[in-house]
Design a protein around this ligand. Structure first.
Ligand code: GLN
Length: 447
């Protein structure tokens, strides 16, 4: 109830949510009470959570930030949502996001932008901007985001909270509205690493409903919260640091390095030579997969349908013209072009090869370190409206996060101080595949 009251008070200025469902949240809270009374409570029972608007919640509006899904109410729960419900968590509502998770600022949402709680003239980062802002503004205790090229880590960094993109295949994508299926991954956002560890325990695990879900055992992530870090090694990718020209970020990262050194951690320089091609390859692969995934929005199966049309082709055209925003249309056109006959080998196949080179760079890097240390973003949060008309500038925001998705690795953003203007700055730690526990261990020591 206190969170619902806070949401009521703050939403006008923050707009972290697309939908808040007080009745359903209070019902879930009552169910949590019953679980507690019956002695069936777990560590997350009764904890209120915000869920990004691209994860299906049975019977509750799931719009993916888009007009085309409009009032779509899924007939089933995403696997992650089922896990939240089974644990007795209380879903407050659906968090705002860039339309179809395409963006870095939450400005492409059909429902209007989310504002950064630290300074409401600034963007919160994206695409999971609502999820990060809700946690930062204390409009939720924790939240779920999804990350295709940085969408959990970037808003976590810009809002001064902690967020992790798990290894590709660790968390089920069943019931997540698909953007770029070979890159999408769901993960938690929280105010500290302990909450992240508890949520990883709940979310990670095999799901037969997702063919890319990996069958394996996961450790109890909370057992790494107090584990000593002395003697561990962090790698400094020279290519990341040579790109850094923001004084505030450079200083925060240098301070963080000092903190880690005081904890007995060694630093080694290393090279990721194909990093420069990350964004270019991503903007072939992600739009290609998106153009295929978004073909299903035809005005028949889900959500919005144009009112005026003559014949079925016209109905498709009008529905998609009305239902998708400009950034989504740009991606569909880019992707359709890159996949078209004659261009497929020149663009898509080439980008897939670059992806392998990036993955191999990381594999080699991890021979000399336990995790990689770098900033999450090249600058702190920027102003609302500053980059929305310049897609290239917007795309460059993800320069440090995209390579992690390309390689399928786990990456975590943790708060590392503030800029001189009082905006949060995030550090990023990257671990080898299925080594989320190393990120938990290092971040817990750092915090
Ligand atoms: N900003 C990137 C994009 O627009 C990444 C978004 C994401 O991770 N969902 O594609």
């Amino acid at each position: 109830r206190s969170l619902l009251a806070r949401i009521d008070k703050l939403e006008e200025s923050i707009h972290a949510y697309v939908t808040v469902d007080p009745d359903s949240a209070l019902e879930m809270a009552a169910e949590a009470d019953r679980m507690i009374a019956a002695g069936k409570a777990g560590p997350l029972t009764g904890i209120p959570i915000a869920v990004k608007d691209n994860m299906c919640i049975k019977g509750r509006k799931t719009s993916c930030g888009s007009r085309i899904l409009g009032n779509f109410k899924p007939p089933y729960d995403a696997t992650v949502v089922r896990r939240l419900k089974d644990a007795g968590m209380v879903i407050l509502g659906s968090a705002n996001m860039d339309e179809f998770a395409m963006g870095s600022s939450t400005e492409t949402s059909y429902w209007g932008p989310t504002r950064n709680p630290w300074n409401t003239e600034m963007i919160p980062g994206g695409s999971s901007g609502g999820s990060a802002a809700a946690v930062a503004a204390k409009e939720a205790v924790v939240s779920l985001g999804s990350d295709t090229g940085g969408s959990i880590r970037l808003p976590a960094a810009f809002c001064g909270v902690t967020g992790i993109k798990p290894t590709y295949g660790a968390v089920s994508r069943f019931g997540l509205v698909a953007y770029a299926s070979s890159l999408d991954q769901i993960g938690p956002i929280a105010r500290d690493v302990k909450d992240i560890a508890l949520l990883l325990n709940l979310l990670c695990g095999h799901d037969p409903m997702d063919s890319t879900s990996v069958p394996r055992e996961y450790p109890d992530f909370t057992s790494f919260l107090e584990k000593p870090v002395k003697g561990m090694t962090l790698g400094l990718p020279t290519e990341f640091f040579s790109k850094l020209d923001n004084e505030d970020v450079s200083r925060a990262v240098a301070d963080a390095r000092k903190t880690f050194e005081d904890l007995g951690i060694k630093f080694v320089d290393l090279s990721l030579p194909h990093l420069d091609y990350g964004i270019a390859a991503y903007y072939i692969i992600a739009p290609s997969e998106a153009s295929s995934n978004l073909a299903r929005y035809d005005g028949v199966k889900y959500g919005h349908r144009a009112e005026e049309y003559s014949g079925i082709i016209d109905m498709y055209c009008n529905t998609r013209a009305e239902g998708f925003g400009p950034e989504v249309k740009r991606r569909i056109m880019l992707g359709t072009y890159a996949l078209s006959s004659g261009y497929y080998d020149a663009y898509y196949v080439k980008a897939a090869k670059v992806r392998t080179l990036i993955t191999n760079d990381f594999k080699k890097a991890f021979e000399s370190c336990d995790a990689i240390f770098c900033p999450t973003a090249p600058s702190p949060a920027f102003r609302i409206g500053e980059k929305i008309d310049d897609p290239m500038q917007m795309y460059l925001t993800d320069v440090f996060t995209i390579p992690v998705n390309m390689a399928g690795l786990p990456g975590m953003a943790i708060p590392a101080g503030f800029s001189r203007d009082g905006l949060p700055i995030g550090l990023q730690l990257i671990a080898p595949h299925f080594k989320e526990e190393v990120l938990v261990q290092l971040s817990a020591a750092f915090q």
